[in-house]
Write a protein that binds this ligand. Sequence first.
Ligand code: XMP
Length: 512
Amino acid sequence: MKGGVAVLDFGSQYNQLIVRRVREMGTYCELFPGDAGLGEILTMEPSALILSGGPSSVYGDDAPRPAPGVLDVNIPILGICYGMQLLALHGKGRVEGGHQGEYGPALLHHRGDSRLFDSIESGLRAWMSHGDRVVMVPPEYDVVAWTDSLPIAAMANPERGRYGVQFHPEVNHTVFGRKLLENFVLGISGTGRNWNMETFAEEAVQKVRLELEDGGKVILGLSGGVDSSVVAALLHRAVPGRFVPIFIDNGLLRMGEKETVVKTFRDHFGMPLEVIDGSGEFLRALSGVSDPEKKRRIIGRVFIELFEKAASGIEGITHLAQGTLYPDVIESVSFKGPSATIKSHHNVGGLPERMKLKLLEPLRELFKDEVRELGLRLGLPPALVYRHPFPGPGLAVRILGDVTVADLEILRKADRIFVDYLKENDLYDEIWQAFAVLLPVRTVGVMGDERTYDRVIALRAVTSTDGMTADWYRMDSEHLAAISSAIVNNVKGVNRVVYDVSTKPPGTIEWE
Ligand code: XMP
């Protein structure tokens, strides 16, 4: 996509938020590494540049800096926090450490004549998070805002379209932050609104057609999750006769999952869905394995084997489609580099190289909520578009230890009761992810006059925005009581239910 705003990433924890805020205005925005070359940045033909914050000190030996020429480019630039300090340094102002850092809210006063603060009252709350500060603005800049403890909170050089703010307009705690970003993007830089899912869908369809213009075919591992479903709907629209979705039943799915996928994609959309029953292979390979990472590796390997086998029977495949999203792309271009792997999440790694296929990733510019919007526009049912995430290794990471057919049966029933209850009681959409886990312990109970010695189900329900951090959902005790008794009364082999009250970190969302 061309036109819009380029954001240079200097390592701020808020860098994704800047991109999101700009897109929420209806303007395309893309993140580049802080040291990206001018040529690379200009390929997107941006009409404005934003320099993100970051943890470094501009005078530090290994401080990340923009590439030569970037700060002299002839489009407006807004520097946020570290980004403002870079602008100050570049213009021969002065930045200093050693002052008391400021972390948290501060009341921001402004001069009233800078376009950056158009329609923004003076004295509103802004969010600070900085150690260093600008102590002298460059000669051609003016100080346009301050707080009680920070004499230079914003600076401006309107002739050259250069602006710097020490606070973070991208976070919600800065109450006027959205307006300030709009003033910069839509007002000062005159960037148009060029981003909505309608035009995105049209462009994405054209791109796929162009990529496959030589007549190749594209395959997709359709899991029934949101991302692969939206990719499927898009490819079906773009190249209907040359798109082959493959659904592999790994025997680790929830109750009724395969049937729903077949109903939606084969019956409703009329896609030529290939359904492969791999449950025997997966369960045999998992037999006796209890280590979570080993389970993941085995599932990934068997998936690739079955997928390759299915694909090799189809003539003329040239491309493999994947539901990669923008946060994954950002993660890999980010200044901080890919974060440490806590769990190996990528289930199809290595597949395109081995199969000598070209990769097609039509969602790689989108955030999750944009993917959902696109899915609705492409005609996917809301119940599918707003489903909770489900891990690739499926129920295998929710049966702690060895995975058996009998345990899968128990877990499926308990999970179904839990999730159905949440849907029936309008709780499902308040929760980011909810599921049952089968624990490998037995506890003593009493049912009627009989002593029981049965298994334990743990219920997990979390709130989150992206799965990176999560809090446990504060479920009403009456609901917990109803779910617990429904499970114990209807699932043979379970006599106890517990509710997980751990946050992430230090826990993770899944138990394995
Ligand atoms: P954790 O347990 O790491 O999970 O807090 C974060 C999110 O990722 C999902 N998850 C996975 N997804 N393959 C996947 O495709 C995996 O191996 C995997 N492990 C966890 C998890 O359900 C949650 O949404």
